[in-house]
Design a protein around this ligand. Structure first.
Ligand SMILES: Cc1cc2nc3c(=O)[nH]c(=O)nc-3n(C[C@H](O)[C@H](O)[C@H](O)COP(=O)(O)OP(=O)(O)OC[C@H]3O[C@@H](n4cnc5c(N)ncnc54)[C@H](O)[C@@H]3O)c2cc1C
Length: 579
């Protein structure tokens, strides 16, 4: 019941609908066709099903362990095998350019492997997610030496990477970072400060860890403008990459969490740890953003990944568990609960949501590929605008859905869902973090209404809405899609009206817009994901039509959200007795 089967066909289908064909036309991907992408996914699916997924339960039960004397963290032995196979297969560098020794595949193919890894073992998957983000950061901001020394080994999976923003007083407010970096005579820096919640900040999977750390250099401006980025290795290295002495960074403790137990979440103390600057002085936030954007996409994907695993468990359970007699059941005795209409309602609701979330993520990843590799600058700029707009949606929508879907999967199990033995409770515990870290979904909503919508007067959102009009036209000609299309038309009109209101009120500078930002994000996320699901159904496949219809009536018909968007800050304050 805990086995995981990778849905390669559905993943390929989603990639196709999201625009894989266009990406494969881009110059760097000459020679790669859809079959090559499928072969790669199939190869990764075998690793995920046979090697990674079986480690998941052990990780949940035994977690990561800190030796307080040495400051070393150990993870289950099975993780070492899984990590070694992952590194040996070259999976870390699947989408890195060939000239850097990477696989040269589009980013969307790597995104698909991230989903699969997340379904197989979410806690372990965070390690390559952070490493992948560090790779993208160093590709863009690292100098030749840093690329030669560190990037190569991260790509090979020999070392892993971390992201160090959070401090006790600097969570959502990154500008409050206090860690300091003092210049040394040789051009390097001494970093001092405490970072908390650092994912895979210490472990025994590899013999070095490359920490990317935000800190302030003396005399810089306050807030985010005075923050710089530093590369701090756990173990110092010479110019050939040979390991030298331990750097003075130490894991003080591990958090006890409600989920992802085997992902070590570390309090790290930097005590004049030696580091080197990455990117320009005071340019830390810009550099970190190139790590945060792919990380946000990857965290969004966790919602889909966990939903998929939970869905498979719920379907298996619903086929086995027998209770009552469903209407029309002609078999012996009680019927399997999958025969009950209300159980089917829950299962198809999860299935439809998974497809929609997957499509939204792939569409964002494909826009990122176009933004990076299209030969025409105008196309690159337009695609980057789309990535910027979709990123908060691709982070928030699938993670909110992940929590909902895992909860539904628990519900399908009845009492056994609440009992740890079936394993579905782990999905619910594991996925809960995804709406919180990498910028809470509330912070994503503020980013959306401010930087992504109001700043350009709603132009990027208007472009997206115009694209969705094309889906409406396509879908209008397809028999069976009437209900879904009508919902899309209504919700698209609501989104346009809400966007005009957000822009007219001045975006994130308005307290009323802030009060409705999450509702706006939910509306935009549902429309952005839902129209892709409807587009997927346009070739008339009955499964796709049914799923598009279910998603539309459950999530798209959110015209009422328009009222929530415009509810206003006074109502919220009054409801708390604070007005
Ligand atoms: C398991 C785990 C792993 C993590 N991994 C990493 C990591 O690898 N590296 C790293 O640097 N960090 C990491 N984090 C930290 C994570 O990114 C933060 O927890 C997250 O950004 C929220 O910050 P906070 O916990 O301080 O919450 P707070 O900032 O205190 O937020 C509390 C609540 O207030 C809301 N809020 C805060 N400010 C505002 C505002 N201006 N407007 C509206 N609402 C607001 C939030 O949305 C939230 O609902 C991790 C955290 C966890 C739990």
């Amino acid at each position: 019941m805990n086995g995981y089967h990778v849905p390669v066909d559905r993943i390929m289908r989603a990639m196709h609908v999201a625009g894989l064909g266009d990406v494969l036309q881009l110059p760097p991907f000459e020679g790669i066709d859809t079959d090559a992408v499928r072969d790669v996914l199939q190869g990764f699916a075998t690793l995920a099903e046979e090697v990674i997924a079986p480690t998941d339960r052990e990780g949940d039960l035994h977690g990561a362990v800190l030796d307080h004397e040495t400051g070393c963290v150990s993870v289950p032995a099975s993780f070492h095998t899984a990590h070694a196979e992952f590194a040996k297969g070259g999976w870390t560098s699947l989408s890195a350019p060939s000239h850097l020794g990477g696989g040269g595949f589009p980013g969307v193919a790597a995104t698909a492997t991230q989903e699969i890894f997340g379904s197989a073992n979410l806690a372990l998957s965070l390690n390559p997610v952070l490493t992948q983000s560090a790779i993208e950061l160093l590709e863009r901001w690292g100098d030749d030496r840093q690329q030669g020394l560190y990037l190569r080994r991260l790509l090979d999976g020999v070392w892993t990477g971390t992201m160090n923003l959070t401090e006790p007083d600097a969570g959502s407010d990154v500008g409050a970072v206090r860690a300091v970096a003092e210049p040394l005579d040789d051009g390097r820096w001494a970093i001092t400060g405490t970072k908390i919640y650092i994912t895979w900040g210490e472990h025994d999977l590899t013999d070095n860890i490359i920490h990317l750390v935000l800190a302030r250099v003396p005399g810089g401006p306050a807030g985010t403008k005075g923050i710089s980025l530093f590369l701090v290795p756990k173990v110092m290295v010479d110019d050939e990459g040979h390991l030298l002495e331990r750097n003075s960074v130490r894991c003080l403790s591990l958090e006890h969490k409600m989920g992802i137990n085997a992902s070590p979440t570390c309090v790290l103390e930097f005590d004049r740890a030696i580091g080197e600057m990455v990117g320009p002085v005071h340019g830390g936030m810009a550099a970190m953003f190139s790590m945060m954007n792919p990380a946000r996409l990857a965290i969004g994907l966790e919602g889909t990944a966990v939903s998929e695993r939970a869905y498979q468990q719920a379907v298996d359970y619903a086929r086995e568990r027998r209770q009552g007699r469903a209407p029309g059941w002609a078999g012996e005795g009680s019927s399997p609960i999958i025969e009950h209409p209300d159980v089917r309602r829950m299962l198809v609701s999860i299935a439809a949501s998974i497809d929609a979330c997957r499509l939204l993520t792939f569409a964002t990843a494909i826009a990122a590929d176009v933004a990076r590799y299209h030969p025409d600058a105008k196309h690159r700029v337009a695609a980057q605008r789309r990535v910027d707009l979709l990123t908060p949606l691709a982070k928030s929508f699938p993670t909110d859905q992940g929590v909902r879907n895992a909860s539904l999967a628990v519900q399908v199990h009845g009492g056994m869902g609440f009992v740890e033995e079936t394993g579905v409770a782990q999905r619910y515990r594991d996925v809960r973090i995804a709406t919180i870290y990498e910028g809470t979904n509330g912070i994503q909503a503020i980013d959306l209404v401010g930087r992504k919508v109001a700043r350009d007067g709603g132009a990027s959102m208007a472009e997206l809405c115009d694209d969705i009009d094309t889906t409406v036209q396509q879908a209008s000609a397809v028999g069976g899609l009437e209900t879904a299309t009508a919902s899309l038309v209504r919700s698209l009109a609501a989104l346009r009206e809400a966007t005009d209101w957000v822009v007219s009120q001045g975006g994130a500078s308005s307290v009323d817009v802030l009060a409705g930002a999450t509702a706006y994000q939910e509306l935009a996320g549902a429309v952005a994901a839902g129209h892709l699901l409807i587009r997927q159904a346009c070739d008339g496949d009955p499964v796709d039509i049914a799923r598009a219809t279910v998603f539309a009536v459950e999530h798209l018909d959110r015209v009422a959200l328009l009222d929530t968007v415009r509810l206003g800050a006074n109502t919220l304050a009054a409801g708390l007795g604070l007005a």
